[in-house]
Design a protein around this ligand. Sequence first.
Ligand SMILES: Cc1cc2nc3c(=O)[nH]c(=O)nc-3n(C[C@H](O)[C@H](O)[C@H](O)COP(=O)(O)OP(=O)(O)OC[C@H]3O[C@@H](n4cnc5c(N)ncnc54)[C@H](O)[C@@H]3O)c2cc1C
Length: 443
Amino acid sequence: MKRNLKVLIIGAGTGGLALAQGLKAAGVAVDVYERDHSPTDRLQGYRLSISPAGCRALKACLPEAVYAKFIASAAKPSETVTFLDHRLNRLLRIDIPREEASDVANERPIGRLALRGVLLDGLGAIVHFGKKFVGFEDAPGGGVVARFDDGSTAAGDLIVGADGASSPVRSQLLPQAKRLDTGIVGISGKLALTSERRAAIPAPILRGPTLILGAKGRFMFANAVEYDKTERDGSPEPRRTPSPCDGLRGFEPERGLSGAERLAPNPEEYVMWAVSARREAFGTRLEALGGEALKVAALALVADWNPALRQMIEDSAAASVITFPVKTSTPVPPWPTRNVTLLGDALHNMTPFRGVGANTALRDAAALRAALIAVDRGERELLPALAAYERDMIDYGFRAVGVSLEMMRRVHADDAVSRAVAKLVFRAVDHIKPLQPIFIGRE
Ligand SMILES: Cc1cc2nc3c(=O)[nH]c(=O)nc-3n(C[C@H](O)[C@H](O)[C@H](O)COP(=O)(O)OP(=O)(O)OC[C@H]3O[C@@H](n4cnc5c(N)ncnc54)[C@H](O)[C@@H]3O)c2cc1C
């Protein structure tokens, strides 16, 4: 017998919105509560790489037309993953075969803002902005109640904490779960692409994710976000896709959007870069600095690096430059399942060095969607379905946390021996093709 489940999702981020899309499309009652006052509040514009696994999860969750918008809004698929040293000598290059005929088999880079725009498409009134979750309690007649900081409440059968790395839902559900500062801190920025700048950028960065290892545990990541060109009017302009921001319409689309990320005819093309090292290597408290001072700190870190890499930092707009501490989480064993669960960074927060945090959140969303649809249809009981979801998610989620941490350590190795070993590993994998997909998590 149909159960008519009512699901409350806390957090309109990557995983929460994908789950909301999947439940709404299947006719399951769902509401999303987000602390931001609009979709563009506070959103830093770094790009996410959605892997084939992430694409498959999105395809499972999104209505066909919304998935088509995701494909149209994503940048050119990556062709390679490259590891270099800071003089641009190749350590390892992994070719990513491009599957023209498939809409799930390619790596799809997409800006966070653009992805949120796609994921909001068609959700309308079920997403409530300006609702900061502060706690949950059992509802008197069964079910669960979410409380918000404006004094309002919402009742449902289940709360899904999709509220990111500092999750207040997790803090109440699992006070024992810990997030740890790794001691690594990063500075990231965006270089707007012009044809002149493009010509000066090291070629691997234009082909896909590029990981650059310097001396003394200093590291840089860089990747271009570019769009397929058409020969419209004979000019090689980026094609007009459905705007990545289409889903933001009706949600104050102009506020907080930067440059070409506004509802412009063409999406912004840029190189996203990030430098990182142990906090002490910067010699100053980065959190206190503005964009210009952060650029100076980033340049000081890479003082003797190849000039083309330094130029990318110098030419980046100060307003795009931010700093971020790198945190991770410690594995949590399964807990007694109740009608409050977690998804994505809210449980398995990981370092960004394998680029799998969003992809894992999407995997969670697809798995939880399938479980909750079965419950809604009366095919499964809620708690056993959630327990099975949690068991799997804890296992693959914390495995992803582990490999991200391992990659962080490898690329920031700061003593000569560990650095030599790390480089040896990259060069070995460069020669052993069957190892390459495993090395970048595409097994
Ligand atoms: C520099 C960088 C690069 C990255 N690159 C990649 C990449 O290439 N590929 C990849 O897979 N991952 C990447 N990641 C990781 C990825 O961004 C995260 O893992 C992913 O966004 C997590 O999704 P989520 O849905 O769990 O949380 P989020 O997307 O963070 O969403 C959480 C939402 O909850 C809301 N919220 C928080 N508290 C409350 C509250 N009290 N009440 C209501 N709402 C609340 C937040 O405002 C937010 O909207 C990167 C991360 C960084 C820092």
